[in-house]
Design a protein around this ligand. Structure first.
Ligand code: SF4
Length: 269
């Protein structure tokens, strides 16, 4: 299906928010429309070159999914070995595995949180188009009254160059935790950079500090869900990695000879 054909049948607004969806939209609203409204599959990319010790080339997102699944299986004792990517966090993984067994009420792994526009929790089994979806890799309440929690995200790939994006994700996740659990008085967010030598990146939030981010996230989510124009936002970084743009050979960021043809007359600047 071409973008023009898909345009005729697609709904006119994006209905559901998530951190990855908002990030994608903020890079280029037009690309977000192709992906989330027109549902045009991103063209397949050739497999990446094999790294040392690999027998199968994995794209970054495939590797991320595999490692997340392996971590979840280990923590919940569905497997006993740790994949090599989790080596640096061996002690932490063993501690969490012990905690899951000893006190399962205080631990959540790979949880999908869904909520309404007013941040009221919904049941993800029934709410198929929630206002917000957040997938939490690991949440640990550190006391029985659930006044403090660690919200942990496993990160494969680089930390440097992703600081802003990861800080924004941290803001959203701590806010979602406060809105979901009224008993929480403080939250510590932890990004476990599995591929990096340095330790996790941690941030502490009191409830008052955390809730200050609500207005800004409400504004961003409303902006995406109310957009009906989806103006393109061509930019070197966005276009260079845009699957739709890569197929569109007039993309000036790819071949340096023209502009993104997809975006003609749809630019917002
Ligand atoms: S190539 Fe650039 S402008 Fe065109 S859809 Fe992709 S990100 Fe947007």
């Amino acid at each position: 299906m071409t973008p023009d054909q898909a345009q005729d049948t697609a709904p006119s607004k994006i209905q559901s928010n998530s951190f990855s969806r908002l990030s994608f939209y903020q890079n280029c609203p037009f690309a977000a429309k192709l992906k989330y409204l027109n549902k045009i599959p991103e063209p397949a990319r050739p497999p990446p070159a094999l790294k040392r010790g690999q027998t199968v080339g994995e794209h970054a997102n495939e590797r991320g999914s595999r490692v997340h699944e392996a971590a979840d299986d280990f923590i919940n004792a569905r497997r006993d070995d740790l994949v090599s990517e989790l080596d640096r966090y061996k002690d932490e993984m063993n501690n969490v595995r012990f905690l899951v067994k000893a006190n399962p009420d205080l631990i959540q792994t790979e949880q999908l949180w869904t909520s309404t526009q007013n941040w009221e929790p919904t049941d993800p089994k029934h709410d198929l188009t929630p206002w917000l979806r957040v997938i939490v890799d690991l949440l640990i309440f550190t006391d029985n009254d659930k006044t403090h929690a660690r919200v942990i995200d496993f990160k494969t790939g680089k930390r440097y160059g992703n600081e802003v994006k990861h800080a924004q994700q941290t803001q959203l996740y701590q806010l979602a935790a406060f809105m979901r659990y009224p008993s929480l008085q403080s939250v510590t967010t932890e990004l476990w950079y599995l591929d990096q030598k340095h330790g996790p990146a941690k941030n502490d939030f009191t409830r008052a500090q955390g809730e200050r981010f609500r207005a800004s996230w409400d504004r961003r989510m409303n902006e995406m869900c109310n957009d009906t124009e989806f103006k393109a936002r061509p930019h070197e970084k966005s276009c260079m990695f845009c699957a739709y743009g890569l197929e569109e050979h007039s993309n000036k960021w790819v071949n340096k000879s023209g502009d993104c043809k997809l975006s003609l007359d749809k630019r917002d600047r």
